[in-house]
Design a protein around this ligand. Sequence first.
Ligand code: K7E
Ligand code: CUA
Ligand code: CA
Length: 642
Amino acid sequence: MSDIMKQESNPSGATGMGRRRFLNTAALAGLASVAACAEKPDSLPAAQAAPAADNAHPGTAVHLKPGELDTHYGLWSGGHTGDMRVLGLPSGRELHRIPCFVPDALVGWGITNESKQVMGTKPDGSLQYTVADTHHTHASYKDGNYDGRYAWINDKINSRVARIRLDYFICDKITELPNTQGFHGIFPDKRDPVDPAINYTTRVFCGGEFGIPLPNDGHGLDDTDAYRAMFSCLDAETMEVRWQVLVDGNCDLLATSYDGKLAATNQYNVENGVHYEDMMSVERDACLFLNIARIEEAVKAGRFKTFGNSKVPVVDGSRKANADAKTALVAYVSVPKNPHGVNASPDGKYFICSGKLSPTCTVIELSRVLDWFEGRAEKLDDAIVAEVEVGLGPLHTAFDGRGNAITTLFLDSQLVKWNVDAAIRFHNGDKNANYVIDRLDVQYQPGHVSATHSETASADGKFLAVGCKFSKDRFLPVGPLHAENEQIVDISGEKMVLLADHPTRGEPHDFIIFKRDLVRPKQVYDLDDSPIAVKDPKESSVQREGRKVTVRMTSQAPAFSLREFRVKKGDEVTLILTNLDKIEDLTHGFAIPKYNINFIVNPLETKSVTFIADKPGVYWAYCTHFCHALHLEMRTRMIVEA
Ligand code: K7E
Ligand code: CUA
Ligand code: CA
């Protein structure tokens, strides 16, 4: 085993800076042996695992009685399934999946015309993309807290942003970012940087992780020094890309300040390396701060260029162009080494970067970054007010609203709870400042962590969820693919208490948790939500225009308004179905055998599908969603004449 695996975490907390160890290329063997541990569940006896779940712990009842409702919603990234998952918390029950980037056979996402329009299609009508990799989800803000309007989620593979409406819990818009590969971190702003009346989210920031030649059109393939990554700003309402910043290094994860003035992204690759050993060749990388007002002034003044076919204005965020504080659009604060998460403390004062390959967290004071931009501070790195050891492999940080940060330690398989003020005192030389308050073993190798209202001004420190990347022995084995382990931890007291494990399908990454009364989901659609709604069964019809046939019908349990409809082989058929049942929870489905069609219509919802009737014969289109005692009888005959 390498050193890194042998080093024990220090339960007493603060350690001398002399003990700090950076991971280097040689220590990668250590990272590899983490995976090796994962292959041997036997090496981790159950007795060594966390203390038994303490369900009697005050405040957080993870086991609800039948009929009891959760107190919180969780919005979870779905990972490879390309959706957003909605969990009830603290029970951890999965309530819903909101398809965004990837087709979904239950709701007909990627099958109906409406969903295809959101997802984006090629000229032949087929989907542009059918794979995705979602990591990060965040919701819109007002006055520093979630306002229940929207949430956003990223797709790293194809650099897309999806917006979720939190009234219907549906995805309504997707934007593909130009000039970008590996779009990873996402964060909405919390208010406008100049207009104090705008105290809510109007921008969504997106960080591009991978450097590419720009434009990426086949030129400059081997000029890797010229590869650049892109930071983007979207309009929260229109979802159009407002502007971009070309940066040195990469953009990994994001945070935004409560005054709207700053956004930041941690960079693990200031080296602009193209191989992993290049990416970890220097001891310090950066946290890149963006001065939003200045960037928008530069765009307004025309100080930008564009790349390729994209018309989006791109300003220069390179180190060279931003050395002078008086005119700088961005500022690179030095942070060790291949940092991962950057998180904004709920008091609005600090951004915290986790060291990943350094066992430290770095605390950056935002007012000092602004001082530098305003010419009141000479040295940018004076904005670092603490850089303290917390344990091995720090990744993401949650907050309890009482001045404490809770950071995941990937290599130590722990949560570490540490006090930010004490860390600053320790950093300033007070070696008696015991900033580490508690450590909790988690199962195993945690990535994301988020607490109730963690990154809002209303952080209340009730409980948190921690996304463990390896579940190993925690669940019944189901073959080679293991579930991931989302654990719920009570953080209301000084000591953290592990309450429950929940399996999740891979691989969720980030999530947020908020009180249930923040959203008021609608249970029934409005007929006027769709311009093509069939508002009365009497409007049902089969209309032909040349080879195009439009079939309009309604559903009302237990019948479709048309008992049959006839088309001819080769017709292009558009079928419009409105569910006229207006009772909550009364959903119908509509499937056509051999035509690869299935979708649902919720109460008063309208959906449509378009297909070529290329197979003559009788096809029983039937209701796929149990709706009535006569659900099986609920069908209609599609007759395709030869
Ligand atoms: Cu840490 Cu994509 Cu947020 Cu996963 S990243 S853990
Ligand atoms: Cu309608 Cu089942
Ligand atoms: Ca690096």
